[in-house]
Design a protein around this ligand. Structure first.
Ligand code: FES
Ligand SMILES: [Fe+2]
Length: 340
């Protein structure tokens, strides 16, 4: 299936792009991220139009990106602006410049028609930049197709099997609901007056106490998810439960590998660095050491096969993942039709 192009993908955490250019592959295209003298971030195609050298290995010289091979320089909007060779004309050439937006501590890239890049379409993750919240975050290049990661977050029933520390009756016996709001596919888990998992007890300090637990997940096409884990004393109104909001953004490197950007927030124990370090290590272990290996193995067994042609069986918890796949397929088909 082609990629959805007229949409915002997360390219990097803003703090991971310093002065040196950062090279990565997104949707099978080499891309270089870089900052200009004012600190504004830009994204250019990562392949030099002269002899295909990787521009990400270049450096910024006099306000332009210098190719590491023969020294052509490209401005931040992609135009070739300097040819260092004697008598050489500046070639009438450019590398593609992708719209890039820095928002909520993340760099969002638009891989489609630049004219249609509207920053108002970036999903709202305002809590990532709100001082009321503190968050731990990370990123990793993980094996497996990005849609397998979307399935994983929308179907939290896996938690009881994949994550020993997150095993909970909420995933197996609790109520589950799935639905759509516009193009957003959502999942909701609700389980009242029962023990939470050991891992969440550690974060919330709720060991040995029964709690109400409500979890919602919103999927934004193609692969950006907001997960809101809430818990509190039985009978607490839902909006007053303690919230652990999280971001899970998956950007395809290619068909079988994915850039994963995650963050988990809290509005308690602010400024507690030891607590943050412990929470970060626990989430890191869950996402990168427990989910990623099973998804890698899943990918291997799926091979290049088409998801819909594999004769797979579907369970109740798959409604979110299936809804997201169908929505994405429809959006991609519409984009393909428009392009013709
Ligand atoms: S490959 Fe870039 S200048 Fe030659
Ligand atoms: Fe998981």
């Amino acid at each position: 299936m082609p990629y959805l192009r007229n949409t915002w993908y997360v390219a990097a955490w803003a703090h991971d792009l310093a002065e040196a250019p950062l090279g990565l592959t997104l949707l099978e295209e080499p891309v270089v991220l870089l900052r200009d003298g004012d600190g504004a971030a830009h994204a250019l195609a990562g392949r030099c139009p002269h002899r295909c050298a990787p521009l990400a290995k270049g450096r910024i010289v006099e306000g332009a990106l210098e190719c590491p091979y023969h020294g052509l320089r490209f401005s931040f909007d992609g135009r070739c602006v300097h040819n260092p060779h004697p008598g050489g004309e500046v070639p009438d050439a450019a590398v593609r410049a992708y719209p890039l937006a820095e928002r909520h501590g993340l760099l969002w890239i638009w891989m489609g028609d630049p004219v249609r890049a509207d920053e108002a379409l970036i999903p709202d993750f305002g809590w990532l930049a709100d001082p009321k919240w503190e968050h731990v975050n990370g990123s990793a290049l993980v094996p497996g197709n990005y849609q397998l990661y979307v399935d994983n977050i929308l179907d939290l029933s896996h938690a009881s099997f994949v994550h020993p520390a997150l095993r909970s009756n909420a995933w197996t016996r609790g109520e589950r609901e799935f639905g759509r709001r516009g193009e957003v596919v959502w999942a909701r888990y609700r389980h009242l007056d029962d023990y939470l998992s050991e891992g969440i007890d550690m974060v919330l300090g709720s060991a040995g106490r029964r709690m109400d637990n409500v979890v919602t997940v919103d999927w934004h096409a193609p692969s950006v998810l907001f997960l809101d884990f809430r818990a509190g004393e039985p009978g607490t109104p839902e909006e007053a439960l303690t919230s652990l909001p999280s971001l899970h953004a998956f950007t395809p490197q290619d068909r079988t590998s994915t850039h994963y950007f995650w963050a988990v927030g809290r509005d308690f124990r602010l400024g507690d660095a030891d607590f943050s370090a412990g929470a970060r290590a626990a989430f890191l272990a869950a996402f990168e050491l427990e989910d990623a290996p099973i998804i890698a193995a899943q990918q291997k067994l799926m091979g290049e096969g088409d998801f819909w042609d594999m004769g797979l069986i579907h369970l109740a918890g798959d409604a979110g993942g299936i809804g997201a796949r169908r929505t994405l397929q429809r959006l991609i088909a519409a984009e393909e039709t428009e392009a013709r």
